[in-house]
Design a binder for this molecule. Structure first.
Ligand code: C2E
Ligand code: CA
Ligand code: CA
Length: 276
């Protein structure tokens, strides 16, 4: 039994070592990838639930890995956080978005609004507002998607100050993943966002579950009474889209319409199908 115990111990140690080495390798690759500009921005469209017009896009980061192909954020965001480079990635995405917006304008494609995800780290960055001011962001065309947990931590005051100044720069605020985690109606009142995005965990079951349907209906009603627009995420079928429209949801985003697409594919699709 003793020998087995030792073996098991060795087994765990070896596993742990392998994990640490692999984590370290990914971390090194990630930093090199940033240097080599392997991080790219993909776009997923959002549509008006009633008129079906293209109202905007969400920018989503992807890692164009030299060996593993396109990697979604779940493969690297955690490591990026550990390395303290999420703010840098957010910044790279925002710069790309501003460039891509100009390219769309030159091509005659009107994309009313681009939403970018902003990590909690970045929102707490003392230099954020200065950086944003230097970027010359066109007013009322960019919005920041923030997760609610941002407003519950101990550095809430820095985030709050930043938020006021971000709004003053003409950047809209959206609450992301609403309805999960530490949801509070209070954060809606405090933050006065332009929009809230109803989490796909709530959206996906609405066809079959009366509970989620009632919850989504209430969220939409509350938002509406506060003058806040609603976006449903994870709209996977046209049945979902129809029901959400019936429930009064303003904007729809999901695989029923399109997956996130690289710049060229998005632009082609948008010019052919989503604009008139
Ligand atoms: P999120 O902000 O909730 O983004 C929506 C996610 O849902 C995206 O995953 C999108 O591809 C996926 N999605 C869209 N429609 C559907 C659908 O109909 N069904 C299903 N099942 N999924 C759908 P993605 O691109 O893998 O991003 C995952 C998360 O990574 C994002 O969740 C966001 O939290 C984070 N993220 C993405 N880009 C950035 C970024 O530039 N900066 C930061 N800080 N975080 C980012
Ligand atoms: Ca988001
Ligand atoms: Ca979300």
């Amino acid at each position: 039994a003793k020998a087995m115990g030792r073996n098991r111990h060795e087994f765990f140690t070896q596993n742990l070592q392998a994990e640490i080495i692999s984590h370290k390798r990914t971390a090194d690759e990630l930093l090199a990838g940033i240097e080599r500009q392997e991080f790219v921005t993909w776009y997923q469209p959002q549509f008006d639930a009633v008129t079906t017009e293209l109202t905007g896009v969400e920018a989503l980061v992807r890692w164009q890995h030299p060996h593993h192909g396109i990697l979604a954020p779940d493969r690297f965001l955690k490591i990026a956080e550990d390395l303290n480079v999420t703010s840098l990635l957010d910044h790279i995405v925002l710069e790309t978005v501003l460039r891509d917006k100009q390219r769309w304008a030159q091509m005659g494609l009107h994309v009313p609004k681009v939403s970018v995800n902003v990590s909690s780290r970045r929102l707490h960055d003392q230099s954020l507002v200065e950086v944003l001011t230097n970027l010359d962001i066109p007013p009322n065309q960019i919005s920041f998607e923030l997760v609610e947990s941002i407003f519950l931590d101990e550095h809430e005051d820095i985030a709050a100050t930043n938020l006021e100044q971000i709004k003053a720069l003409g950047i809209d605020i959206e609450i992301d993943d609403f309805g999960t985690g530490h949801t509070s109606i209070v954060s809606l009142l405090k933050l006065k966002p332009k929009r809230l995005k109803i989490d796909r965990q709530l959206v996906m079951p609405i066809l079959h579950s009366p509970q989620e349907r009632a919850l989504v209906r209430s969220i939409i009603e509350i938002a509406r009474s506060l003058g806040v627009e609603t976006v449903a995420e994870g709209v996977e079928t046209m049945q979902h889209a129809a029901l959400l429209r019936e429930l009064g949801c303003d904007l729809l985003q999901g695989y029923a319409f399109a997956r996130p697409l690289p710049f060229n594919d998005f632009t082609t699709m948008a010019l052919a199908n989503w604009t008139r």
